[in-house]
Design a protein around this ligand. Structure first.
Ligand code: DGP
Length: 113
């Protein structure tokens, strides 16, 4: 996608602070952190949002979740963390490339909204 910020981060035309990368996914620090540790994990395939996950692309999502424990460990999140996905307008999704926030590094609030 030509106008997608996260596709540009994936192809390197926009710089990012990378945490983890393989052939299917990229993890990088969020530009506007909302916790002491705030990392985004994205599929390298452009999937706009959670509504666009299908049987054909779900292997990217499964791979993200298979890698999150090691990513969290590398970030020092041994006391836990939160995984967040914002979908669509009511979910306040601002970047239309599916991404999972990993938030941690402190005691997070009990309520999510
Ligand atoms: P969301 O609201 O769920 O769509 O989250 C989008 C996140 O993306 C938000 O926390 C800020 C982050 N973000 C936006 N643009 C950039 C960027 O160019 N670089 C990085 N590292 N993060 C960005």
């Amino acid at each position: 996608m030509n106008d997608c910020i996260f596709c540009k981060i994936i192809d390197g035309s926009i710089p990012s602070r990378k945490v983890y990368e393989d052939d299917k996914i990229l993890a990088f620090y969020d530009l506007e952190p909302q916790a002491p540790v705030h990392v985004l994990v994205v599929p390298k395939l452009h999937i706009a949002c959670a509504d666009e996950i299908t049987e054909d692309n779900v292997d990217y999502i499964a791979h993200i979740f298979a890698k999150i424990p090691a990513i969290a460990q590398s970030l020092g999140l041994e006391n836990g963390y939160r995984i967040v996905n914002n979908c669509g307008e009511h979910g306040c999704q601002s970047v239309k490339h599916l991404h999972f926030h990993i938030l941690g590094g402190t005691q997070l609030a009990g309520r999510m909204v």
